[in-house]
Design a protein around this ligand. Structure first.
Ligand SMILES: Cc1cc2nc3c(=O)[nH]c(=O)nc-3n(C[C@H](O)[C@H](O)[C@H](O)COP(=O)(O)OP(=O)(O)OC[C@H]3O[C@@H](n4cnc5c(N)ncnc54)[C@H](O)[C@@H]3O)c2cc1C
Length: 370
């Protein structure tokens, strides 16, 4: 049963903690470690404050055949109420280093601290990714992106522990299979990210603005550049308005961000989907963009048009869609993982019934599948 690892495994965790200087905690509620604030206990958690400790601990647990869950900031995780049937390894090496054209961060550095440091130093490139919670090391895992920029376009190299060979080495971004909210690191135990490095522009200007809403808010045309600090402020303002910047006092931010990825519909399936949309909504303009292998539709638009408005299902529900953004599933304070799972399944089935499009969850689920 999840969360109830045998005592022998906890003893292995104790030995490994002592050997590599990690901090051991037992019976830790995952609800305290995840931004959705749900999830049962982890029987054992090892917090590692150096890259050597992360690598040593994961290698030792892998060799002992102990299941491992790598944890960063817990902002892309939905953990079951029964807890975690693995030893949690919390990546907490958090150094940040900047030089003329490179932003380097250890995996456990807070991502927004990395962006803030780069912006304060006048280094351009990362500013559109301001306000995204979680750790720097998790950003390549799902090729984090926002406001027209993905980390994959800025990554210089990534330091990995290869969990098959036990080797630590730098890899090029081209070797990571980076795609839309995915990589070879997502949903696998292939490797642990120990550090990341990004190329940066040293002229104090942002990356070219590629997202219309952001460009408009800055009075700019798409493709133009603006001072990095100005762009960071604008991104944080836009994100806050959508409940996409963590705020303890705002339940709309007790989420995992966007819960579903934007679906990419294959060319042969698209006419049927558009016909279903027209038959339900009439002759509406459907937001769509080119995607890898088809046409990308907006998950938030489909959810709303399928009848799931902001705040669905209503004020008394413990798990609701955000009142600011239909793509975020939120915990209003007393939700369980089961409540969130129920809401996710409800929304997914409703969209599929209405338009024949199956939404895929973006967060990593532990202990169940959506
Ligand atoms: C309010 C809010 C807004 C968000 N907005 C965005 C957004 O705009 N764009 C976006 O892309 N995402 C967004 N997210 C999702 C999330 O913040 C990112 O996916 C983030 O990178 C997750 O980092 P984390 O450290 O919290 O990862 P965790 O949740 O701790 O882990 C997520 C997955 O990555 C794995 N992992 C974590 N660290 C490592 C590592 N060092 N090596 C290997 N695997 C690792 C874990 O095992 C797990 O499978 C948002 C989330 C929230 C709550």
């Amino acid at each position: 049963m999840p969360g109830t690892l045998p005592c022998a495994v906890v003893r292995v965790a104790e030995d490994v903690a002592a050997e590599f200087g990690a901090e051991l905690d037992v019976n830790v509620p995952m609800s305290r470690l995840t931004t959705l604030r749900v999830g049962g206990p982890a029987r054992a958690m090892l917090t590692c404050r150096t890259a050597e400790a992360v690598a040593g601990v994961v290698r030792a647990l892998d060799t002992a055949g102990v299941p491992v869950l790598i944890l960063g900031g817990g902002s892309n995780l939905l953990v079951s109420d029964a807890g975690v049937d693995a030893v949690v390894v919390r990546v907490a090496n958090d150094g940040i280093r900047l030089d003329a054209r490179v932003v380097a961060a250890e995996a456990g550095a807070g991502w927004d601290d990395v962006v803030a440091a780069a912006v304060a130093a006048g280094l351009g490139g990362l500013e559109c990714l301001s306000g995204i919670p979680g750790s720097a090391g998790a950003t390549p895992v799902q090729n984090v992106g926002a406001y027209g920029v993905e980390v994959g376009s800025l990554l210089r190299r990534v330091r990995l522990l290869d969990r098959t060979s036990g080797e630590v080495r730098w890899v090029e971004p081209a070797d990571l299979g980076l795609g839309y909210r995915t990589s070879i690191l997502k949903h696998t135990d292939a490797a642990v990210v120990l550090a990341v490095e990004f190329d940066a522009a040293a002229d104090g200007l942002s990356a070219p603005l590629r997202y219309r809403e952001l460009a408009t808010s800055l009075g700019a045309e798409e493709g133009e550049r603006r001072p990095v600090a100005t762009v960071r402020e604008a991104v944080l303002r836009l994100r806050s308005g959508k409940g996409m910047v963590l705020d303890d006092g705002d339940n709309d931010t007790w989420s995992a961000g966007s819960f579903f990825t934007n679906p990419v519909v294959a060319d042969d399936h698209l006419p049927g989907v558009l016909a279903a949309i027209r038959s339900r909504l009439g002759d509406v303009a459907v937001p769509r963009y080119p995607g890898a292998g088809g046409t990308k539709l907006s998950a938030g638009w489909l959810i709303e048009r399928a009848g799931f408005g902001k705040g669905y299902p209503g004020p008394d529900a413990p798990a609701r869609l955000s009142t600011k953004h239909t793509l975020a599933l939120t915990n209003r304070g007393t939700a369980s993982a089961a409540d969130l799972l129920g809401l996710a399944r409800d929304v997914r089935a409703g969209v599929e019934d209405a338009f024949g499009v199956r939404l895929e969850p973006e967060p990593v689920t532990v202990g169940f599948t959506v």
